[in-house]
Design a protein around this ligand. Structure first.
Ligand code: NAD
Length: 229
């Protein structure tokens, strides 16, 4: 059975109205990325970081998936002859909303928090204050369960196993700037996979892609996945 590795980035959610990093000049929804998405920023001002994610959470929860998210979930459903491994760098939940059942959120999820004392991860209902107690141990040391610059992404062991065994590697809406995700294509290619990039522009790591399909993912991805054999 063929193994298909799909990596998505902020660009797949752009047509759902969510801003990417690169499109907004290093800002994310008008905040400086270093302030709200780096471990240094969090250590310096956890209150600001929680305010940012409290603002972002309802925005992300309201967003609706677009044709590219649905193309992936249809592909997973209609191709039981393939193993599809879906990794996203996005913290939104648009793949799940589109019907994808098994999404590996390597950079975390907007709807979770983690206690920095006992590592308990729990769903967030509404706003989170950095002085709220952990529901398990009571410590007042909560962080959004989101990987910041300066932290190790999640599920790397599983991801590396899948990269080594994949036959086709597809990246969608990702600039090839943020590591380690930007290096996945190189690993997949090293192990013999065919590699495809669906992006609005060429990516920083485009050298490693056998095929680059330029355009909106909602327009380019559905036909490709329908015809993938
Ligand atoms: P990025 O912002 O660096 O790059 C996005 C890429 O998507 C760009 O190269 C752009 O050309 C492309 N793009 C934009 N619209 C597109 C479309 N309609 N179709 C196809 N491609 C399109 O994003 P990244 O590489 O994912 O890395 C940035 C980090 O930003 C990630 O770690 C992610 O966690 C975080 N982020 C997430 C969200 C989200 O959850 N929706 C939003 C912004 C940033």
């Amino acid at each position: 059975m063929k193994n298909i590795f799909i990596l998505t980035g902020a660009g797949i959610s752009a047509e759902s109205g969510l801003k990417t990093f690169r499109d907004s000049d290093g800002l994310w929804e008008n905040y400086r990325v270093e302030d709200v998405a780096s471990i240094e920023g969090f250590e310096k001002n956890p209150k600001l970081v929680h305010e940012f994610y409290n603002m972002l959470r309802p925005m992300l929860e309201k967003a609706e998936p677009n044709a590219a998210h649905f193309a992936i979930s249809d592909f997973e459903r209609h191709r039981p002859d393939l193993n599809v491994f879906l990794v996203t760098q996005n913290v939104d939940l648009l793949h799940e909303k589109a019907g994808s059942k098994n999404v590996w959120h390597m950079h975390g999820r907007i709807d979770e928090c983690v206690c920095l004392k006992c590592s308990h991860i729990f769903k967030t209902l509404g706003d989170v204050d950095f002085q709220m107690p952990c529901p398990k141990c009571g410590a007042k040391n909560l962080k959004p369960n989101i990987i910041f610059f300066g932290e190790m992404p999640m599920f790397m062991e599983k991801i590396n196993q899948q990269l080594a065994g994949c036959d086709v590697f597809v990246a969608v809406g990702t600039s090839g700037v943020v590591y380690p995700a930007a290096g996945f294509v190189q690993v997949a290619k090293y192990y013999g996979a065919k590699t495809y990039l669906f992006n609005l522009e060429s990516a920083r790591n485009n050298f490693y892609f056998d095929h680059q399909i330029t355009g909106k993912a909602s327009e380019t991805l559905p036909d490709f996945l329908k015809n993938l054999s």
